[in-house]
Structure formats: structure tokens, C-alpha cells
Design a protein. Structure first.
Length: 120
């Protein structure tokens, strides 16, 4: 385990960059999910579209929504990590109270624990 102190400025920079990237991805997916007003297909009511077209779009929309949900969860974790930085608790395992290994924080800057305790 690496006992070197956390470089708070570097951690904030990494988390801010990750937050900006995730926000861009979330905004992009949200804009794709809502119909474009200039798109003639988007102006059609669902009743005007062929059932086969609607059926083929549904799995794609479900996939996009699942991806969006995952990105939103990841964004929430990054924002929580930034809050821990502000509170002075960043890098402290939320379960054990021990310092989180620096290699883990380098790999997963928003890590809350030394190990992934949320696995099934």
C-alpha cells in the first residue's frame, strides 16, 4: 500500500476532468434521445410510423437509456468524490476508515473503498 499523501489539487483536477467528460456524454445522449425538431421523422407521430420501424427503434432506445443511466450514476459518484474532497474525507475508506490505496485512487478517482463492496 502506498502511504504517500494525496495530492488534493491533482485529485480535484482529475475529478473535474472526469466530471466534464461525463457531463458532455450525458448531454449528448439526452439530446439524441429527444426528437430533433428539424428532423422530419421526429415530427411524425408514432401512429404515422410503421410498426416495424418502431419495433426496431425500441431496443436502441432502451440501450441508450441504460447507457445514460450508467453515465448518470458515474457522474453522481464523481460529484460525491468532489464533495469528499471539500469535506476533507477524500481517500478514506467509507467502510473501514483506513486510507484508500493510492493505486486504486489513481485507477478509480471516485473510489469510496479499498475494494468493490457492491458486487453481487
Amino acid at each position: 500500500m502506498d502511504d504517500t499523501p494525496i495530492d488534493i489539487a491533482a485529485a480535484r483536477e482529475r475529478l473535474d476532468a472526469q466530471r466534464a467528460k461525463l457531463q458532455d456524454l450525458v448531454e449528448g445522449l439526452r439530446s439524441e434521445a429527444s426528437p430533433d425538431e428539424s428532423d422530419p421523422v421526429g415530427e411524425q407521430s408514432e401512429a404515422d410510423q410503421r410498426p416495424a420501424d418502431l419495433a426496431s427503434e425500441l431496443p436502441e432506445r432502451e440501450k441508450d437509456l441504460a447507457i445514460l443511466e450508467g453515465l448518470e450514476l458515474e457522474l453522481a459518484e464523481v460529484e460525491a468524490a468532489l464533495a469528499r474532497l471539500d469535506e476533507g474525507t477524500y481517500g478514506i475508506d467509507e467502510v473501514t476508515g483506513e486510507p484508500i490505496d493510492r493505486a486504486r485512487l489513481d485507477a478509480i478517482p471516485a473510489a469510496r473503498t479499498n475494494v468493490d463492496t457492491h458486487r453481487d
